[in-house]
Design a protein. Structure first.
Length: 631
């Protein structure tokens, strides 16, 4: 659990069959709030009165005034039923409070607890207090075993069989949330690049959704998130009716086939061990208002089937509100925020939008998180940042290596790099583990160096002199991050080498040969470590050879003489070890070549760096080493 989230369990209990039920005024229930004493509460309204209220909440059935009155009435009732007065004084108003509502009885699950009021103000979107209400159902499986994914792949299935839907708006919202993994259209080389992260099933049917899920699992890339946009519709003969989804008919896509909750759960069944979030932008997808029927809502079925988080709507949902829902929720979720924080922010956004009506009260979230979710999330946040950073750096490399001079593309990638750098800094500030902090120093140094190189290439192609300042500023920040990594652990030779290099570039001269000797010794120890050399899965000795080659290249700048012979030996050793251990992986050679090219194409006197004879020799020597790698 996040350090900034406190959880309070609220559970209603009664005896007998829980799969069906009927609201009856004054019927008793046992209420448990956290570890407090069990209390008996009575149902304050009957079924007919409840049905009149929820009927008044349907947009197509009433006026705004009638809906507001019904919402206020039902809001007071559910607030009193769950004794909201008992948690009036929150432990820490700065923290988010999760009301973990356990609702197994069918008639209680039908109540819109999300509409609860406190002093005439919605409980879940109050000023001064952050509260999120989530539901869950007790099952034989106490906690979910699904691991929270760091690599995201979203399935977006949409069906307009029931009428017009905001398909384009939802597509754009999901693409925007995935922008850290999917670049702007003009930077995408292949449609396959998008499909690895974002897959669309258009005019969806039960079988097409099933086929997409099964194929994703078969190819080893199962979906981690599923978003379905469709109209809700009733299916079945009276009295055995339930709310389903209006999908397309396989035989004739122009015809509608309403899928039952169990059919939808079956279509998504292969994702039970991979999908962590299922969102349903469909009216009544969380509707439980016929509790005497032994069938539950789509959201309930999917939650019981094992999906940790299911988002749905217990009433009709406006098209505008559905777009706000997907836009805000997925943005915050894919930014690495706790799912409960994403839900809270989404509900607040819905409340602020007049065009979304009372969608803020309609949204229902079934949430059952792993016990280790808090610790998993920390790891996931870092991996997600690294995955995104790797993608953006790849696009940056392609742009820098090409001839495109479009300022919009450079600006887009610069913004993306800066976003990831900010996320990485936040992760660094939030974690005290020394190993993680040391790793982050190197990652931040590398990211800032890529950003600086992007500005350099941008300036070179557009002749825009104003880009020189941000280029040098990013390079200085890169140097500083590498210095912090080097100071934290002198045996981390890569950060030491990069600090020596960038300090010379930024300051105009190389300094402190003691750091050079420390980095050389650390790299030699890693290179000569017998355990590392014989471990065919370890690449520490390979990177050590790269560090040594660059150190020997830099040696003349520190007054240590010509060491090109040793530099060549180090690169030959690097090539030999790569061939032995990773013959099909060209990353090591590409990375080393990229670093050497910077001395030839970027850090030169002509570009305002390290003026003097020594630097000319540096570029020439880097070129000779590059020729050796290309041989």
């Amino acid at each position: 659990m996040s350090d900034q989230i406190e959880s309070l369990m609220i559970e209603f209990q009664r005896m007998a069959d829980l799969t069906t039920g009927l609201l009856r005024k004054d019927d008793p229930y046992l209420l448990t709030i956290a570890a407090n004493q069990v209390k008996q509460v009575s149902m304050p309204l009957g079924y007919f009165e409840f049905q009149k209220m929820v009927h008044s909440l349907r947009y197509e059935k009433s006026t705004p005034e009638v809906r507001a009155a019904a919402l206020e009435e039902i809001g007071d009732i559910v607030a009193a039923l769950m004794r909201s007065d008992t948690f009036q004084d929150l432990p820490n108003p700065e923290h988010l409070l999760q009301l973990d509502l356990v609702v197994n009885a069918a008639e209680l699950a039908a109540l819109p607890f999300e509409s609860a009021l406190k002093g005439g103000e919605p409980l879940l979107v109050r000023n001064g207090h952050k509260i999120v209400l989530t539901r869950r159902v007790r099952t034989d499986q106490a906690t979910t075993q699904v691991s929270w994914p760091s690599r995201v792949r979203i399935l977006f299935a949409w069906a307009d069989a029931g009428g017009d839907i905001p398909m384009a708006d939802h597509t754009n919202a999901l693409r925007a949330a995935l922008s850290a993994w999917i670049p702007m259209e003009s930077l995408v080389a292949k449609a396959d690049d998008i499909a690895k992260v974002f897959c669309v099933v258009a005019k969806a049917s039960v079988s097409s959704i099933t086929e997409a899920c099964n194929y994703a699992v078969k190819e080893g890339m199962p979906f981690t998130h599923v978003h379905i946009l469709a109209h809700g519709a009733k299916v079945g003969e009276e009295p055995d009716t339930v709310w389903g989804l209006a999908l397309h008919n396989d035989a004739d896509p122009s015809e509608t086939q309403v899928a039952r909750p169990d059919e939808i759960a079956s279509a998504l069944a292969t994702l039970n061990s991979s999908a962590v979030v299922l969102s349903l932008a469909a009216c009544d997808s969380g509707n439980e208002t016929s509790p005497f029927v032994p069938r539950r809502s789509i959201a309930h079925e999917l939650h019981v089937a094992g999906t940790p988080v299911v988002i749905a709507s217990q009433f009709p949902l406006t098209k505008f509100g559905s777009t706000v829902l997907v836009k805000v929720f997925y943005k915050h979720l894919l930014d690495g925020n706790d799912v409960r924080e994403a839900l809270y922010t989404t509900r607040c956004e819905l409340k602020q939008e007049a065009a979304a009506g009372h969608d803020w009260a309609s949204v229902v979230a079934y949430v059952r998180l792993p016990e280790t979710y808090g610790s998993q999330l920390k790891d996931v946040r870092l991996k997600a940042v690294l995955s995104s950073l790797g993608a953006v750096q790849g696009w940056t490399d392609n742009l820098v290596a090409g001839t495109d001079a479009d300022p919009a593309k450079f600006k887009y990638l610069a913004d993306k790099l800066e976003e990831n750098i900010c996320r990485l800094i936040k992760y660094y500030e939030d974690n005290s583990a020394e190993a993680l902090r040391l790793e982050n120093f190197g990652l931040l140094g590398s990211a800032e160096k890529r950003l600086s190189e992007l500005y350099f290439s941008w300036r070179l192609r557009t002749s825009d002199g104003t880009l020189d300042a941000p280029m040098r500023a990013a390079l200085t920040r890169s140097r500083d991050w590498y210095r912090r990594g080097c100071d934290s652990n002198l045996s981390h030779h890569w950060t030491g080498v990069q600090f020596l290099c960038l300090n010379a570039i930024v300051e105009g001269a190389a300094k402190d040969p003691r750091r050079w000797y420390a980095a050389e010794l650390a790299a030699q120890l890693d290179r000569d470590d017998e355990g590392v050399q014989t471990d065919l899965e370890s690449d520490e000795d390979i990177w050590a050879c790269g560090s040594l080659a660059e150190l020997y290249l830099l040696a003349p700048l520190l007054g240590l003489g010509d060491k090109m012979g040793l530099a060549r030996d180090a690169l030959n050793s690097l090539k030999t070890r790569v061939t032995l251990k990773f013959p099909n992986n060209s990353f090591y050679l590409k990375s080393t070549k990229r670093q050497l090219r910077r001395y030839i194409q970027w850090w030169t006197p002509g570009n305002g760096f390290l003026p003097g004879v020594n630097n000319n020799d540096l570029a020439a020597n880097a070129g000779k080493l590059l020729e050796l790698l290309d041989a």
